[in-house]
Design a protein around this ligand. Sequence first.
Ligand SMILES: [Zn+2]
Ligand SMILES: [Zn+2]
Length: 264
Amino acid sequence: MHLELLEIQRRVQARIPFPSFDFNARVLTYHQAAARPLLRFEDIPIELTDLRLVVRQTAEVLRRFDALDEAEFQKVQALGRDAALPSVIGDWYRASAEKPLTASVAAAPGTVRRPGATTVALGDAGTLDQVFTLALRPFLSRCADAVQQRPELTIWQHPYCLLCGGEPDLAVITPAAERHLICSRCGLQWKFEPLTCPFCRNGDRSRITSFATPDGQYRVYACDVCTRYLKAYDGRRAIRPVMPVVDAVATLPLDAAAMQRGYT
Ligand SMILES: [Zn+2]
Ligand SMILES: [Zn+2]
C-alpha cells in the first residue's frame, strides 16, 4: 500500500511547478517569534486537476487495502469531484498550519467546516485527515524540497513543521549527533533538541525513555509525561540516508515494542 501511494505521489510530483513563497532570515525570524508556520495554503503550487486525481487515486488504493470502508470511499470520491474540494482542503490545511498548538482541540477530527455552513463529515475520526495528508503530500513535498538546503532553517526552534505546521512522525540522528525532526505532512527536516519531547516539550531527561534496535539502526524516544513516542533513524552508522516511507515500514516492530511499554 505504501509503495502504491508513493507511486501516485511520485507521478504527480514531477509535474508540480517550482513553488514561490518568501523564505529568508527576516521572514523566518518573524514566524519563529510568532510560533507560526509560514506556508500559506495559497502558496502551495496546487493544480486542481492534479489534486482531484490524487484524492481519487489515493482513496482507491486505501479502499483496496481496506483502509477505507465502502461508504467512506464513496464520500471521498464525491469530494474529489466536488467544486468545494479546494475550500474544504484549504480549511483542513489552515486548521493545523495556522493554529498548530490548538489544532487537535479546535477541529473535531474527521469533520471539516466549509464556507456556506455545510459540514462535510466522514465516518471515523481521522479518515479525512489520512486522505488529505496523503493527497497534499506531493504538493507540500515540493515546497519542502525547495527550502531543505537553506541555512535559515536553523532559526526555527519549534517542534512542529515551520512550513506546514505538521507534527514529526520520524526523526533522523545526524553524524554530528543532532536530532532532526521529519514532518509527517511535507517531509521537511529541521533541527530540534535531541532529548526534548516534541509533543509536550517535556525536557526532563529522567522522564524520557530511549531505546535502540539491536543493530543500532533505529532508536525510540518515549516521553513519560505525555506517553507519546518518536522513532529515529540513526544516521551516525548508516550507509544510506533516511527514507521516511521505507523506514516507517521497517520500524513497525519498534512501534509494537513502544506500545507494549504503554506509549502511543
Ligand atoms: Zn511540513
Ligand atoms: Zn511528551
